[in-house]
Design a binder for this molecule. Structure first.
Ligand code: PPS
Length: 480
């Protein structure tokens, strides 16, 4: 946040200095006319409420770094107007001094400009919500929490979801996605059957996804710091991925990965190296050569409108809600598919560096989209709006936690009473879930159940709703 504020302040100071220069120059020029920049449609005139110059507007403009102030140029040389101009100049210097002091003292400049701030339009009130969404569900990146958000939105808005065919639980992963992995997309049937939402695990293959999704689909994904992503993946796929099977700890694996990792062993090893890069459809064993990485990153940029960052999940929800023009409750969630403390262990600093080198493609992917994420968020909201929206989001989550859950602390499988709330278990990870409060009325129970429901149960529920004539999905429930 400090970074954002300082950067914005610096730009604001620069912009003011530039205006000072322009103003001095315009005094020497003949026209004294308003600069084209001031007549830009993004600029808004705000009346100045001091008694001195009632008709002198202060022009405020929204730049990508926030609101900037500007003084209207003078239009005459007569003496009362000259006095008005002196007032402007004095005011201008006053604002400049305040901004410089704010920068020097590292103070958020917003507190000095309440009059100049215009509340950002809550675009979700202005137009219809986005309903055609493809979410690329990357692995161990808070993607099950995201999937829950998308499932709930789909169900409450009566949208169709592209679900895995028959008894499958994902869309063909780790094979490259093809349209026939989706229930309802027949191999030789018409190719114009479209769904609103697609969000189950798949390995991205754009032309095939386009067969399933409408042309105006919003493409979305999520990334996580590759170090913590790999930590999570190691425990979860410990018994499944050949590279992890013969090693005790991730530190040990990273000390000599080639001893355990065999490229030719097949796709099961995708969880052990550059897993997010692989999910985007690229080769996770490719050399991280500059040109190749740049080409792949631009491809993702072209195909995806938004890439969220799990490490900043709440900030991601603020941006997501604005982009999709959704309501606050649509993006409020409980953390799903999380490990117990007992099964979390962090890499030592040396291994963390090794993990970044081992997953070099993921590291570059993450760094790139972490940068674009913050740039987009900064362009979308001011620091103050961000603070306000984060506070709203967290307050609402707290409210729903109190309303829905018997205990806010997630529980392990032996403590969870309702089978429908038991999360799938994998590897050496102990995956937690929730117990709902007793005695909820039907409407509240409906909301709470869906927020806490693990991925597989929710998928089976949607499948039964969408395909009542097909045999229901048989969910592998963990043994109690
Ligand atoms: N809201 C929120 N914010 C931050 N992190 C979150 C959130 N929700 C889930 N998680 C963490 O995401 C990890 C599970 O990721 P996935 O659901 O993508 O895993 S999976 O690939 O679908 O199995 C898992 O990480 P680990 O606990 O480190 O394993 C979850 O704790």
């Amino acid at each position: 946040m400090t970074k954002l504020t300082n950067k914005r302040l610096t730009r604001t100071q620069q912009s003011l200095a530039a205006r000072l220069r322009r103003k001095t120059e315009s005094k020497n020029s003949d026209g004294d006319s308003e600069s084209p920049e001031l007549s830009s449609p993004r600029r808004i005139t705000y009346p100045l409420d001091s008694g001195g110059a009632p008709n002198s507007p202060i022009l405020v403009g929204f730049t990508e770094y926030g609101w900037a102030t500007n003084l209207a140029p003078d239009t005459s040389e007569t003496s009362p107007r000259a006095a008005g101009r002196s007032f402007h100049v004095a005011l201008f210097f006053l604002v400049l001094v305040v901004l410089l002091m704010a920068g020097f003292l590292h103070v958020d400049v917003e507190m000095f400009t309440p009059l100049l701030r215009i509340k950002a339009q809550d675009s979700s009130r202005d137009s219809t919500p986005v309903t055609n969404i493809m979410f690329l569900k990357t692995h161990k990146t808070a993607s099950s929490t995201m999937l829950n958000i998308l499932y709930r939105f789909s169900e409450s808005h009566n949208l169709s979801v592209a679900l895995p065919k028959g008894s499958m639980f994902h869309l063909g992963y780790p094979w490259l996605f093809v349209a026939r992995y989706v229930e309802g997309m027949e191999q030789n049937g018409p190719q114009d059957h479209h769904f609103n939402v697609m969000c189950n695990h798949l390995r991205f293959n754009f032309p095939e996804v386009q067969k399933v999704m409408p042309n105006d689909t919003f493409y979305l994904s999520i990334l996580r710091n590759p170090v913590s992503q790999l930590e999570s993946s190691f425990i979860y796929y410990k018994r499944y991925s050949p590279a992890f099977q013969k090693v005790k700890t991730l530190d040990q694996f990273l000390a000599d990965p080639w001893k355990y990792y065999n490229v030719s062993v097949g796709l099961k090893n995708a969880y052990a190296r550059n897993n997010m890069w692989f999910d985007f459809g690229f080769d996770n064993n490719a050399q991280a050569e500059e040109g190749y990485v740049r080409r792949c990153l631009s491809e993702v940029e072209r195909q995806f409108q938004l890439v969220l960052i799990a490490d900043y999940f709440d900030e991601s929800m603020v941006l997501l809600r604005r982009r999709l023009r959704w309501q606050l409750d649509d993006v409020v969630s409980f953390k799903l598919n999380l490990r117990s403390q007992r099964t979390i262990s962090h890499l030592n600093p040396e291994s963390q560096e090794r993990a970044k080198r081992w997953c070099d493609l993921d590291w570059q992917l993450y760094q790139h989209f972490n940068r674009t994420f913050w740039a987009q968020l900064q362009a979308e909201v001011s620091p103050r709006q961000l603070r306000e929206e984060l506070a709203q989001l967290r307050a609402r989550r707290q409210e729903l936690t109190t309303l829905c859950l018997q205990d806010p602390e997630p529980k392990n499988t032996t403590q969870i009473k309702d089978q429908n709330m038991l999360p799938y278990q994998s590897g050496d990870a102990e995956i937690l879930g929730y117990n709902l409060r007793q005695g909820l009325d039907n409407a509240t129970l409906h909301i709470c159940q869906r927020m806490a429901m693990p991925e597989l149960q929710y998928m089976a529920h949607l499948y039964a709703l969408q395909f009542p004539d097909k045999p229901p999905k048989d969910i592998p429930l963990p043994k109690k």
